[in-house]
Ligand binder design. Structure first.
Ligand code: TYM
Length: 331
């Protein structure tokens, strides 16, 4: 049976990239009766400068948002990373199996460390903790957006190294990346880049809980080009193509039929159509988020049940790992 694991940073609201590239897939996998575990990775979030009260709120907001998107705690194990101590413990052990040059070349590290004067060790070790997340649950499949591929490859490498030194206990996981354009939703301000929370311009990302007029405004201002008709050509016309792509993903229509229907429209009119479709798709989710957020005690309870389930698996793995490494005194 497939064991699915994925994680998401508690950044508060999801943006459309997280949602279309990853979260929507998780709900499909969960409903296909796979064994799914989803982790809100708060320990990863402190590798960049952060504000503690905001982080705490963002954890709840992320939990509410995942429920609103259709994650069902009766089917999926949903928990907060820091509630399961084994993530840190295993991170330490795996860091002894990793070399510094291997981490230094990872693209996400290179990108983020460029913006900082002093680079925290945590940012450097970040992908090792991510491998620990995956391996603790012996995941076989990891559904992520295209930007996470190198991190998954590190997890594969660490599983192989562990297995060859200490015995075959970890499956070598496989990344599940959407084969369509959902794997890479682009920034609305700079379509040469992916849509990302870390971009400074708030107009670059659509958040899943943005109010309808905010969504309409962001799409209206989306950077396109000087050609006014609508066509799909990601390399030649990334801005317009990204809108067509988003439009297709939220309506379930094919890119071809979207382009066909937009034949008579210029970019300005077409943007209104895209905005309407995005607003309509996100409206029910937005309402559900508010509903779940208002019941904080239920969220706390649900996350504790999730952590308890996760702990059982994580503790089993760690006890096996320590045994094999000769750690401690337990024979
Ligand atoms: P994070 O929190 O940045 O993003 C969560 C998920 O959203 C995907 N994603 C996108 N997909 C398509 N287009 C985009 N523009 C876009 N932006 C983000 C990401 O690929 C991701 O799947 N390091 C991870 C979190 C993590 C994790 C793990 C993932 C920690 N431990 C273990 C898998 C397994 C991260 O920062 O994702």
């Amino acid at each position: 049976p497939r064991k699915i694991f994925s994680g998401i940073q508690p950044t508060g609201a999801l943006h459309l990239g997280n949602y279309l590239g990853a979260v929507r897939r998780w709900t499909q996998l969960q409903n296909a009766r796979d064994d799914v575990t989803i982790c809100i990775v708060d320990l990863h979030s402190i590798t960049m400068p952060h504000n503690p009260p905001v982080l705490r709120e963002n954890i709840f907001e992320m939990a509410a948002t995942l429920l609103a998107c259709g994650i069902d705690p009766a089917k999926t194990t949903l928990f907060v990373q820091s509630a399961v101590l084994e993530h840190c413990e295993f991170n330490w052990i795996l860091s002894s199996l990793t070399t510094m040059p291997r981490l230094a070349q990872l693209p996400q590290f290179k990108e983020k460390s460029r913006t900082l004067r002093d680079v925290p060790l945590g940012l450097y070790v970040y992908p090792v903790l991510q491998a620990a997340d995956i391996m603790l649950y012996k995941a076989t499949h990891v559904p992520v957006g295209a930007d996470q591929l190198q991190h998954i490859q590190l997890a594969q490498h660490l599983s192989r190294s562990f297995n060859s030194r200490y015995g075959e206990i970890f499956p070598v996981c496989q990344a599940l990346i959407e084969q369509n354009e959902a794997s890479r939703v682009l920034s609305l301000r700079d379509p040469s880049k992916k849509m990302s929370k870390s971009e400074n311009n708030p107009k670059a990302t659509i958040n899943i809980n943005d109010a309808p007029d905010v969504i309409a405004e962001k799409i209206k201002k989306a950077v396109t080009d000087f050609t006014s008709d609508i066509s799909f050509n990601l390399s030649g016309r990334p801005g317009v193509s990204n809108l067509v792509n988003i439009h297709a993903l939220v309506t379930g229509q094919s890119i071809k039929s979207i382009v066909e229907e937009a034949k008579q429209l210029d970019t300005a009119r077409y943007k209104e159509r895209v905005a309407d479709a995005v607003i309509a798709h996100l409206q029910p989710i937005r309402e559900q988020i508010q509903m779940h957020l208002a019941k904080r005690n239920e969220l706390i309870y649900m996350l504790e049940i999730g952590a308890e389930k996760a702990r059982q698996t994580a503790q089993q793995t760690m006890s096996d790992v320590k045994q094999r490494l000769g750690l401690g005194t337990n024979a």
